[in-house]
Design a protein around this ligand. Sequence first.
Ligand code: ARG
Length: 437
Amino acid sequence: MPDLWAGRLPGGPDPDARAFTGTVAWDWRLAHVDLVGSLAHVDMLGAVGLLSAGDQEALASGLEALLAEVDAGAGPWDPEAEDVHTAVEVELSRRLGAVAGKLHTARSRNDQVALDLHLYVAHAATELASALNRLVLAVSAVAEAHAALPMPGYTHLQRAQPITVGHHLLAYGFMWLRDRDRLLAVAQQARVSPLGAGALAGSTLAVDPERAARHLGWAKVYHNSLDAVSDRDFVVEFVLATSLVLSHLSRWGEEVVLWTSAEFGFAELADGWATGSSMMPHKKNPDVAELLRGRAARGVSEMAGVLTLLKGLPLAYNRDLQEDKGYLFGAHDAAAGAIRAATGLVGALAFRPERTKAALTVDLLATDEADRLVEAGVPFRQAHAEVASSRDWRQSPAASADAVAQSLAERDRTMGPGPGSIARQLETLRAAVAEPV
Ligand code: ARG
């Protein structure tokens, strides 16, 4: 297949140069959004009179036909094409003949690929937000079921004060809700159209960038053509939002690893979410949770990669930008897979009340004891010292269920682990995710 620029360099690229620069094998993921963007472009060209009604209709129905095939799973029509944009345009020419040559009027692959990425990020961020919504719903259900099950809360991974399993799980619920909202903001931020920027300086033809944006349902276009083709901030924001998701999921994975260990024994994993050992017959391992922890490295590396890619690039388009897709797709896939796995893991934990309760020793009530002295008028610093020196804290018997229940009830304030607070937290979280994204 000839390249889109073969008129200037008719000999075609050296095969090694093509192998190094070509991308269709991996940017084919953009085929859907590329066609959606082209449909907006064709609508605009028709509206401003750069296409006759007949040509507009021919191009639009040709693009719709290709879109239907892509959505049904078609691969690149020509796997030798330089990139997804070339594969689409050349296939359109093969089917429609000369009129396909009008598609690229007043457009460059530079504003085209930028638009593709805006569409991709808006869609991917919304899809991840929707998956996080489901994760929050899942964790809310488990938190509700264990709202009153006491367990130790930790600082420095040392037992600190009584909380409940529900309270602990809801902390993750609110973390993931922020992740969802962050991704929704990223999606909104991405809805600005660069189409009309051309290669870097727009076009002498009477294009209407606002019309193309409106066709996509977007209210905004870029103000500056150079910025439009070289901006990848929205990709960075997407990768940042997903790396934070991965980082939060890695914390969740670590909790599951700890809780399912014999040392903690707070929960047991459903067999379907555990793995065995090829050598040790007795093992039941939390590999999914460990991989959630491990997958966060992907987020960090995609983040470092995309920032490094953009650093020091002169305006406007540079081919380096082609590499952005690797980071974008990598971050998207890692986050999508991890959210799905984390959701499964939430439902796969059987908590062991006898173990969470047994871990509640009387030392966890030491702060409550100091608080009582404060209520009797003792300055807190003195109360702290008195309680601290009152006994050997290295050996504490189990606390009574009543004492733990009282401690929780006395903490029934905003943010606290008391029953009323947990009910309010659940209500707040559920209201936030009631509507599917
Ligand atoms: N595949 C290219 C990319 O992703 C498309 C833009 C190519 N533009 C160019 N002037 N060579 O960046």
